[in-house]
Design a protein around this ligand. Structure first.
Ligand code: SF4
Length: 63
C-alpha cells in the first residue's frame, strides 16, 4: 500500500496531479485539492508521475 501526503501549505491547487491520477487527486467545487490518502502498489507509476508533475513538489509518497 502507498500512503499519499500533500503539503497543503505548499500546494497551490494548480491541479496538475489530477491529470495523472484522476481518481486519486481532484479539485473540489472551491478549487481546493482533495485526495485519497492511500492507494494500491499497482498505482505507483501514476503517483510518481503526479508527484513529478507537481510544480510545488508538494506530494510525498511512502511505501
Ligand atoms: S499538482 Fe501540486 S500544487 Fe497542484 S494541486 Fe497537485 S499537489 Fe497541489
Amino acid at each position: 500500500m502507498i500512503t499519499i501526503s500533500v503539503d497543503t501549505n505548499a500546494c497551490n491547487n494548480y491541479g496538475q496531479c489530477c491529470f495523472e491520477a484522476e481518481d486519486i487527486f481532484a479539485l473540489d467545487d472551491d478549487g481546493t485539492l482533495q485526495f485519497v490518502p492511500q492507494a494500491d502498489d499497482s498505482r505507483l507509476d501514476e503517483l510518481e508521475n503526479a508527484a513529478d508533475a507537481c510544480p510545488m513538489q508538494a506530494i510525498t509518497l511512502n511505501r
